[in-house]
Design a protein around this ligand. Structure first.
Ligand code: FES
Ligand SMILES: [Fe+2]
Length: 385
C-alpha cells in the first residue's frame, strides 16, 4: 500500500486550476521523482482502461496472451464460448503464473505446481490434494479483471468502480465514421524504449506546437492553418486537413488526420486507410516503453505494401525525432534551472487538459477516505482565440 503522507506537497497543487490562458504547468517533480512512478501506478494506471492488445492476438478459442497493468501480471483468454476474459495471472495456490508467454490450450495450468483452471477461470485440477480439509474449489477460481473491446482493441481495467469503456470513448466512432478501425487488418508491432517519464511522451503527442520545429518533414503533410485541438472528458483530439499536394495519405478529395489520445496512455492515429495505435507504459520514473501497432484497409496488394513500407518508414523517422526531444525534455525537467512553464492557448489545450486529468486522478486517490471532496469536474480548456 502506498503511503499517502509522502504526497502532502501534492495536496496544495490539486486546487490550483486557473483557466488555460493563466495556467502554469504541473511541477517538474511530477515527472522526475521516483515516488511519482508509484503514485501514477496506483492513482492512474490501476484505475483507467488500459488498451493491451488487439483481438487478432486471440485468434481462436483457447488462445491467450500475457500483459502487465500497473505492475500486475494479467492474462487475457478467449474461452471455448468465444468470450474474451481477463484474469490476474496469479495462481490461487501460492501465487505462481498461469502463463509466462502467449499460447493456446484447453486449460490454463499453473507453471509452479500444476493446478489447472478452465478458460473461464474456474479451478479444475488440484494434484495431490486429498488430505486437505475445508477446501472449496469454487472459492479458488482465478480473480477476474474487467475487460471490454472497442473496434478490435482489447482494454482492461483493474478498478471495478471505473466508468464503462463506452463512456470513456463516447463520440469517437461517430466522429470518424465511416472509418471503422475494427475492420482494418493488423500489419506490424514495433516497440521503442524511451528515456523519459511516460507523461513527457504523452504530452509531446498532445500538441502540434512543436511540429514546425521538430518535424519539418511532417509539416508538408498538413494544412497547418486547419490544425485544431478539441477535448472530451477522457480524451483529446487533434485534427488537421491533409495538404492537397500529392502526399502519402491523401485520397481523392483530400482527407483528414485524426489524432486521439485517450487518458492516460492510448493513442489512435487515423489517416485515410490506416490506423496506428500507440501505447505508452511507464517502466520507471524516467523511462517508458512505447508500442506502435499498424493496421491498414489493405495489406495484400503490392501497391498497398509499397505504401505501407513508406508509411512505416515515415512514422519511424517522426518517432525518432519525438524520442530525441522527449529525452532532452526529461533532462530539462530534472534541471535545477526549471520547475514550471506556461501553455500556448492555441496549441497546448490538450496538454493542459491532460495535466488536469492527472491532477484529478491524484486528487481522487489521495482524498479517498479522508472525508474531503473527490476531484471536481474536469476543467473546460476551450478558449476562443
Ligand atoms: S502456485 Fe500454482 S500450483 Fe502452486
Ligand atoms: Fe512530434
Amino acid at each position: 500500500m502506498l503511503d499517502k503522507s509522502a504526497y502532502m506537497d501534492v495536496d496544495a497543487e490539486l486546487d490550483r486550476r486557473p483557466p488555460l490562458p493563466r495556467a502554469e504547468t504541473i511541477p517538474s517533480a511530477w515527472f522526475t521523482e521516483p515516488r511519482f512512478h508509484d503514485l501514477d501506478s496506483e492513482a492512474i494506471f490501476a484505475r483507467t482502461w488500459q488498451g493491451i492488445g488487439h483481438v487478432g492476438r486471440l485468434p481462436e478459442p483457447g488462445s491467450w496472451f500475457v500483459a502487465e497493468v500497473a505492475g500486475d501480471p494479467i492474462v487475457v483468454v478467449r474461452g471455448r464460448d468465444n468470450e474474451i476474459r481477463a484474469f490476474y495471472n496469479v495462481c490461487r495456490h501460492r501465487g505462481g503464473p498461469l502463463a509466462t508467454s502467449d499460447g493456446c490450450g484447453r486449460v490454463l495450468q499453473c507453471e509452479y505446481h500444476g493446478w489447472t483452471y478452465q478458460l473461464d477461470g474456474t479451478l479444475r485440477g488440484v494434484p495431490h490434494w486429498n488430505l486437505v480439509e475445508l477446501f472449496d474449489r469454487e472459492e479458488y477460481g482465478l480473480v477476474p479483471v474487467r475487460v471490454e473491446t472497442w473496434e478490435g482493441q482489447i482494454f482492461v481495467n483493474l478498478d471495478p468502480k471505473a466508468a464503462a469503456l463506452g463512456e470513456v470513448l463516447a463520440g469517437i466512432r461517430e466522429r470518424i465514421s465511416p472509418v471503422r478501425p475494427g475492420e482494418m487488418k493488423h500489419y506490424r508491432r514495433v516497440e521503442y524504449e524511451v528515456r523519459s517519464n511516460w507523461k513527457v511522451y504523452v504530452e509531446n503527442f498532445l500538441e502540434g506546437y512543436h511540429i514546425p520545429i521538430v518535424h519539418p518533414e511532417l509539416m508538408t503533410l498538413y494544412d497547418f492553418r486547419s490544425y485544431r485541438t478539441e477535448t472530451a472528458p477522457w480524451y483529446s483530439l487533434q485534427t488537421s486537413d491533409l495538404t492537397s499536394e500529392q502526399n502519402l495519405y491523401e485520397r481523392e478529395g483530400g482527407g483528414e488526420a485524426w489524432y486521439y489520445c485517450v487518458f492516460p496512455n492510448f493513442m489512435l492515429n487515423i489517416l485515410p486507410g490506416r490506423l496506428q495505435t500507440n501505447l505508452v507504459t511507464p517502466v520507471d520514473h524516467q523511462n517508458c516503453r512505447v508500442v506502435f501497432e499498424y493496421f491498414y484497409d489493405d495489406v495484400e496488394s503490392e501497391a498497398a505494401r509499397r505504401k505501407i513500407d513508406e508509411d512505416i518508414e515515415f512514422a519511424e523517422r517522426i518517432q525518432n525525432e519525438d524520442i530525441g526531444i522527449c529525452e532532452h525534455v526529461q533532462r530539462g525537467l530534472g534541471s535545477r534551472g526549471y520547475d514550471r512553464g506556461r501553455f500556448s492557448v492555441k496549441f497546448e489545450s490538450g496538454v493542459y487538459h491532460f495535466q488536469d486529468l492527472v491532477r484529478g486522478a491524484y486528487a481522487r486517490f489521495l482524498n479517498e477516505g479522508t472525508g474531503r471532496l473527490d476531484a471536481p469536474e474536469p476543467l473546460d480548456p476551450r478558449h476562443d482565440d
